[in-house]
Write a protein that binds this ligand. Sequence first.
Ligand code: TXA
Ligand code: MG
Length: 345
Amino acid sequence: MDTKIIKIDPTSPEPQMIKAAARIIRKGGLVVFPTETVYGLGANAMNTEAVAKIFQVKGRPADNPLIVHVADPLDIIPLTKDIPSLAEKLIEEFWPGPLTLVLKKSALLPDIITGGLDTVAVRMPDNKIALDLIVEAGLPLVAPSANLSGKTSPTSLNHVVDDLFGKVDAIIDGGDMAIGLESTVVDVTLSPPVLLRPGGYSIEELERVVCPISIPTAIHADIGGSAARSPGMKYRHYAPEASLVLVEGEESNMTEKIQILAEEYAKRGIKVGILTTKKNRFYNAAHLNYIGRNPATVAKNLFRALRQLDSQGVEIIIAEGIEERGLGLAVMNRLRKASHEIVLV
Ligand code: TXA
Ligand code: MG
């Protein structure tokens, strides 16, 4: 398939470019567009065939439901039922932004979006191109992250091109994503609401408005590859090509263990990379990738760094664990899901 790349100015999107992309969506095509979190693979939410193409192109299991993106909070009224007042409070405070709410679904939405569930996830992205596109299409858009299923979400154009060029009708080039990690997903059909995926808004921020939000233990648990405790949880996600080894624990033990592991692998002729929050070549290894110190910076750099190490042909990536504070909770959730092995020190 011919994939058109449409470059659009993120600060003042050119109306004719937005129109061209919206036309493709209305005809049932797939258009990758930027949001504030990661690039999304968009289609008309009301068109069953277009939504089916999303699952097919990504290789996504049919029981993994999609998020419906809107350009105005009022747009969720026809799509949902029984909006609780705490959802209204969250919307008032946090939309547009990286917060996805799971609500009761109305009969209007095709079942394919939600894999037969009676709920639907909705969000209003904080990105001018995304909002203009939704308004111009005159439709809500379903959009999963624009990566092949199981891979890390794309945070810049080249990631999208690597995964989806030739498989979609158009890709909007909207530059690098501001947050770099997916939205926070909260189920507000339950009381208290339940965190389903930590993401771009921290739980501390959300709880300033609605408290408490319950955090299932699986959010912290290691449900990656061989580290999984139960075979049913053996489900790697957000994964680089390389094997990921996550080292968690007290700072000095952690750094010592990482250096030892890196040297052991190198001795065995394995090409090893390290994801580090320490500057100035703290470790002695060929492929160091510094991802910043504070949790928001780490969140922004994480997926890019994993893809960079892959492109350098690294076979094993060793990652430092960080504190589960602020966006650190989302970072650790992604790292644990991506890891083959978790080393506790
Ligand atoms: O930041 C984001 O949310 C990005 C951008 C493109 O908006 N989208 C994104 O979509 O990350 P996706 O499809 O990669 O992840 C959607 C997540 C999945 O974990 C899915 O299981 C969950 O939301 N989800 C969607 N609908 C749900 C529902 N009805 N109930 C529970 N979880 C749901
Ligand atoms: Mg995804």
